[in-house]
Design a protein around this ligand. Sequence first.
Ligand code: AMP
Length: 118
Amino acid sequence: MSYDNNNIFAKILRGEIPCNKAYEDDFALAFHDITPSAPVHVLVIPKGEYTSFDDFTASAPATTIHGFFAAVQKVAQKTGVDKTGYRIISNHGADASQSVPHFHVHVLGGKPMGHLLA
Ligand code: AMP
């Protein structure tokens, strides 16, 4: 899949659409999901053009991958869910119902969430 510059997260990265920012550094931007599925529901996106987890891990340089996942952990710290527990989810492709074609990790927490998909 080629990268679509008009996807909504690309527009957020360019500042064309506002977001409720939770964290930002050189590798990632994190913002609160507009339709939260848990008391804490933050999306973490890399600043480069990657369509999904699959594309990111296959194509990005190691320093970029490391910086991105370090940012995910910082989001967990900043929101406090590192203390109580959290789940990270990344949907890739049709069977996972990925709806925005810019790689993102969901950080979910703030309540007991049960076991995986149950
Ligand atoms: P996915 O289905 O894994 O691709 O997740 C996309 C997520 O983006 C969904 O949870 C949406 O609620 C969320 N979302 C879509 N548009 C926005 C937006 N403008 N600001 C924040 N979250 C958004």
